[in-house]
Design a protein around this ligand. Structure first.
Ligand SMILES: NC(=O)c1ccc[n+]([C@@H]2O[C@H](COP(=O)([O-])OP(=O)(O)OC[C@H]3O[C@@H](n4cnc5c(N)ncnc54)[C@H](O)[C@@H]3O)[C@@H](O)[C@H]2O)c1
Length: 259
C-alpha cells in the first residue's frame, strides 16, 4: 500500500520559509510546497544539502533559494527572515522545523553541554524564528506558522528527556503565540510526528539494531511514518483550508499518542 498522500494545491505564489530544509521532513516539505506553487526559502546549517534541495526545485520548474542559518544564533535568524522577505517581498508561511535528537541517555546521565545544545537549537531556535517571523507577519497583516514538535512534546520519551523538554517547550510556544496573534490574522500550529523515516531516525536505527522493530511494534499502525505524511499536514495547516485552526499540536503519529 502506498503512503504518499496527495498535496494541496492552493499555495500558488506564497512565500514560504523552511528551516531544516536540507534533509528529511524539511526537504520533503520544500519539494511539496514548491509543487503546490510556493516560492521557497530553504534555511539550514548544512549548506550542501540545502543547496541540493533548492537545485531539485529549480531544476523542475519551481522557485527556491538557500540561506545558510543556524537557528540557535539570533543574528543568523534575523538575517534569514530578512533574506526571505527581500527575495519574495513578504513571508506568507514559515515552517520552523530544524532540530536534532541529541545523544540518548537517561535524565541523570545527560551532560549539561548536551542539554544546553538541545534547548538552544530545538527550543530557543523556534522562539528566535517565531520572534522575527511574527514581527514581519504583523507588519504585513497576516501569516501562518507551523512548528515541528514531536510526540515527545506530548508524552514522555525514554532516554530523550532533554529532547522531550525542548519539544514540550515548542508546544508551549506554539499555544502562547497562537493565543497572542489569533486576532491579527496570524495562525500558529505545531505538528507532533512519531518516528518518521528520515536520516535522523536512521541514525538511531544504525546505532541500536532493535530500535526500528521496537518503534514499529509500539505504534498502532505497526510502521514508521513517511516524511510526506507529515508534510501534507503542514501544507494543510499553512493553507486557507485550516483557516479556523490555531494553537493546535497535531499528532501525526499513526495513533501512537492515542494509546
Ligand atoms: N524523524 C523523526 O522521527 C522525527 C519525529 C518527530 C519529530 N521530528 C522533528 O522533525 C524535525 C526534522 O527532523 P528530520 O527527521 O527531518 O531530521 P533530519 O536530521 O533529516 O533533518 C534535520 C535538518 O535540520 C538541520 N538542522 C539541525 N540543526 C540545525 C540548526 N541549528 N540550524 C539550522 N538547521 C539545523 C539539519 O542540518 C538537517 O538538515 C526535527 O525538529 C525533529 O526533531 C523528527
Amino acid at each position: 500500500m502506498s503512503h504518499s498522500p496527495p498535496i494541496f494545491p492552493d499555495l500558488a505564489g506564497k512565500s514560504v520559509l523552511i528551516t531544516g530544509g536540507a534533509s528529511g521532513i524539511g526537504r520533503a516539505a520544500a519539494l511539496a510546497f514548491a509543487q503546490a506553487g510556493g516560492r521557497v526559502v530553504i534555511a539550514d546549517v548544512d549548506e550542501a544539502g540545502g543547496v541540493e534541495t533548492a537545485a531539485q526545485i529549480n531544476q523542475t520548474g519551481g522557485e527556491a533559494i538557500f540561506v545558510l542559518a543556524d537557528v540557535s544564533q539570533s543574528d543568523q535568524v534575523k538575517n534569514m527572515v530578512a533574506h526571505a522577505v527581500q527575495a519574495y517581498g513578504r513571508l506568507d508561511c514559515a515552517f520552523n522545523n530544524a532540530g536534532f535528537e541529541g545523544r540518548l541517555a537517561r535524565t541523570a546521565d545527560v551532560t549539561e553541554a548536551d542539554f544546553d545544545r538541545i534547548i538552544a537549537v530545538n527550543l530557543k531556535g523556534v522562539w528566535l524564528c517565531l520572534k522575527h517571523e511574527l514581527n514581519q507577519m504583523l507588519r504585513q497583516g497576516s501569516g501562518v506558522i507551523v512548528n515541528t514538535a514531536s510526540v515527545a512534546g506530548l508524552v514522555g520519551a525514554h532516554s530523550m528527556s532533554a529532547y522531550g523538554a525542548s519539544k514540550h517547550g515548542v508546544v508551549g510556544l506554539t499555544r502562547a503565540a497562537a493565543v497572542e496573534y489569533a486576532d491579527k490574522e496570524i495562525r500558529v500550529n505545531a505538528v507532533c510526528p512519531s518516528v518518521i523515516d528520515t536520516p535522523m531516525a536512521r541514525r538511531g536505527f544504525a546505532q541500536f539494531p532493535q530500535f526500528r522493530q521496537n518503534v514499529e511494534a509500539a505504534n498502532p499502525s505497526r510502521r514508521l511514518g513517511q516524511p510526506e505524511e507529515v508534510v501534507t499536514a503542514v501544507l494543510w495547516l499553512c493553507s486557507a483550508a485550516s483557516s479556523f485552526v490555531t494553537g493546535a499540536a497535531l499528532p501525526v503519529d499513526g495513533g501512537f499518542t492515542a494509546q
